[in-house]
Design a protein around this ligand. Structure first.
Ligand SMILES: Cc1ncc(COP(=O)(O)O)c(C=O)c1O
Length: 395
């Protein structure tokens, strides 16, 4: 036992030395921080109507779902959410999971297997990677957003079936998958396209119906979508949108669906209310994208590498993980919470701050962010910067 603890202590020490150790930092309910780290893109997580819906659902259905979906966990609220999600996303059918992570695991394990090759983008989210691995499929990882590489991988498949899996919007780089081209090559090879719309729902397309719908692929039988209810919808949970045959198969064989307590009524009710607000107030979609462009302009103006954001995610590449940690800590002290991504979440040398846009940020908020970034993102990103930021971070 002592030996085990020594091993774990050494592993933690090694993370520390490399600037890669993570700690949990509880946020205070009343913290007057400007949040540019969360994924509540449309500001619906704190909308009174969404909160009321969660409270009402709890009063009606209880604090928990009481069981798995196939036993007692499916309520009329789950049915309603599935119907409205399918309508909004113009999909034939929907199935709610208790998280976006589990929706990805559930689809990939149920539709994959040793007789399936999965072609997966190198920058896909961890839940997609884990789903691929757990499925026991033959996995071919292809370079990021490289349609030719996907075509070549599909041409070389020697299993009876194949799937291509991609994030619609990549969770750190914030760029977008070329869905129309990916679908064309996938169809040519008789494969299935699985798209994770976690960062696209509520943000991509004029009404926020996601990247698949924007690409005109919403009712294609060879496209399966996953979404999360925890980002633009401000709640919790996940869902799969697909043909009824796929949904039937998931209900009968997807272990993360079958052996998991159903999504809690509060989250189900909150997600449903948020979805209705998204549909009634499409102005929020354009607002979050405008804020994202403004934030990217601020990063670029400081000479720091970023992207033209496809959705609400804006990376600011600093390279050295110690620099990213120090910069995030200075932002926090100045009242702005930003994300900080280090290996293994990003490749070595690509540590970055990640700013996320929110539709409800005001001009005053943005002016404050500009002042903070002007202070943090200066210099050449080298050792001088590191000691300047570290000193400021510890002050
Ligand atoms: C691309 C992507 N897919 C899936 C997930 C998982 O969703 P959830 O948080 O609902 O489990 C995330 C969450 O960070 C994500 O970024």
């Amino acid at each position: 036992m002592t030996t085990s603890l020594q091993r774990f202590r050494a592993a933690n020490g090694a993370l520390d030395a490399a600037g890669l150790r993570r700690t949990l930092n509880a946020r205070a309910a009343s913290a007057a921080l400007l949040d540019l780290a969360g994924n509540d893109y449309l500001g619906l997580g704190s909308d009174d109507r969404v909160i009321e819906a969660a409270v009402e659902a709890t009063h009606i259905w209880g604090a928990g779902a009481t069981g798995s979906r196939l036993v007692t966990g499916t309520t009329a609220l789950h049915d309603e959410l599935e119907r409205e999600l399918a309508d909004f996303l113009k999909a034939p059918a929907a199935l709610v999971f208790s998280s976006g992570y589990l929706a990805n695991l559930g689809v990939l394990t149920a539709l994959g297997g040793p007789d399936v090759t999965i072609v997966s983008d190198a920058d896909n989210h961890a839940s997609v990677i884990d789903g691929c691995r757990l499925s026991g499929s033959v996995i071919r990882v292809v370079p990021h957003v490289d349609v030719d590489a996907v075509g070549a991988a599909l041409a070389a498949v020697d299993t009876p079936h194949a799937m291509v899996v991609t994030d619609a919007v990549f969770s750190v780089a914030g760029d977008r998958a070329p869905l129309a081209a990916l679908h064309a090559v996938t169809r040519t090879h008789g494969a299935l396209l699985v798209v994770d719309e976690a960062h696209a729902l509520g943000v991509i397309g004029p009404e926020g119906r996601g990247a698949v719908e924007a690409a005109g692929l919403a009712s294609e039988p060879d496209v399966v979508r996953t979404v999360t209810l925890s980002k633009a919808l401000g709640a919790q949970g996940g869902a799969v949108l697909a043909a009824p045959e796929v949904i039937d198969l998931l209900v009968n064989s997807s272990r993360p669906f079958i052996f998991d307590t159903a999504l809690a009524p509060a989250s189900t009710g909150a997600a449903l209310a948020a979805l209705r607000i998204l549909e009634a107030e499409p102005g929020r979609v354009m607002a979050v994208r405008r804020v994202a462009s403004r934030l990217a302009d601020m990063v670029r103006a400081r000479g720091v590498e970023t992207v033209h954001p496809a959705a609400a995610i804006i990376p600011a590449y600093l390279g050295d993980p110690r620099l990213a940690v120090a910069a995030a800590s200075v932002c926090l002290r100045a009242g702005v919470r930003v994300g900080c991504f280090r290996p293994p979440a990003v490749p070595k040398g690509r540590a970055c701050l990640r700013l996320t846009a929110r539709a409800t940020l005001t001009e005053t908020d943005l002016a404050h962010v500009r002042t903070v970034l002007d202070d943090v993102l200066v210099g050449d990103g080298g050792e001088t910067d590191l000691s300047r930021l570290t000193t400021a971070g510890n002050s």
